[in-house]
Ligand binder design. Structure first.
Ligand code: PMM
Length: 290
């Protein structure tokens, strides 16, 4: 029986082109207001990103990326939020931690920028290593596996080894199998069925499936995929699955329904003998990433 609550990481994309919220929060004032809303709904972490990873996205310059995220990170951290920075660039990660971020979320697991792992090692921050095979212009053609689960776990283990060799302590690491990154819909479902193989690496597990394309396909009607903003109930169903499989955190575009799903799971699993208790609190969080 678990004794902790799966955390909710709210997505805040300060980009013009992310697949579900691109352009909505490019203005720093709108971005901070969105971050505050996610906090009010119960987000444990706000994940601030300045580069879209959608297939075909054009990379911003490092200066442009930093200019998007730094004021937002600074403002949210000043309000007491736990902030992660979603970046593949060491220089952006370093500036973000100086602005108040305490987690570096690197979808490339250190592969995109050779300076990333050593930079994070020198910072006071946790590090999310995601399974990744290449930038968005090549990732669809790289979705080829003979043993999906075995290959993803082995490639992720190699990134964890590289992070540790660079000096990032085990207690600072979090792993993520990278749903949708060099994976097609079938791959995503199969990986979800084998989350325990990723957890077996021995690090906290982040599950980031919110609004992703494979959910749009699942929910399609007459061949038309369900739009991203209408995938939140399906996303919350997967949050329940993630909680059931011991995920440390889920990364989501909305927060309330995910906190509610976790509260239900926690009430069933963590405190089966308690009667009349509140499900609203959702239990205590452990491993809170302050
Ligand atoms: N997916 C996206 C962005 N950042 N970070 C992690 N750790 N894992 C992910 O799967 C992930 C991520 C793409 O989704 P978005 O455009 O909605 O942010």
């Amino acid at each position: 029986m678990s004794t902790h609550r799966t955390l909710v990481m709210g997505v805040l994309n300060v980009t013009p082109d992310s697949f579900s919220d691109g352009g909505d929060f490019l203005d720093p004032v709108a971005a901070v207001a969105r971050g505050q809303l996610l906090l009010d709904e119960g987000a444990d972490i706000i994940d601030v990103g300045g580069e879209s990873t959608r297939p075909g996205a054009v990379r911003p310059s490092p200066d442009e990326e930093a200019a998007r995220v730094l004021p937002v990170i600074h403002s949210l951290a000043e309000r007491g939020a736990v902030v992660s920075v979603d970046t593949m660039r060491a220089e952006v990660a370093e500036a973000a931690v100086r602005a108040g971020a305490t987690i570096v979320n690197d979808v490339s697991g250190g592969l995109a920028d050779p300076a990333m792992l050593a930079t994070v090692a020198s910072l006071d921050a946790r590090y999310i290593a995601m399974h990744w095979r290449g930038h968005s212009d090549t990732m669809e053609s790289r979705a080829v596996y003979t043993d999906l689960v075995g290959e993803v776990v082995a490639e992720l283990a190699a990134r964890v080894d590289a992070a540790r060799a660079a000096g990032i302590g085990a207690e600072r690491l979090i792993v993520d199998p990278g749903f949708g990154f060099a994976k097609d819909a079938g791959h995503n479902w199969e990986l979800l069925r084998h989350l325990e193989a990723v957890s077996a690496l021995g690090y906290p597990l982040l599950v980031a499936v919110s609004r992703k394309r494979f959910l749009g396909s699942l929910l399609s009607r007459e061949g038309i995929p369900r739009p991203p903003q209408q995938r939140d109930a399906a996303s919350a169903a997967l949050t329940l699955w993630a909680a059931q499989h011991g995920a440390w955190a889920v990364r989501t575009h909305t927060v309330r329904e995910h906190r509610d799903a976790i509260a239900v799971w926690n009430r069933l699993e963590v405190a089966p003998a308690r009667s009349g208790g509140s499900v609203a609190s959702g239990g205590e969080a452990s491993g809170f990433p302050k």
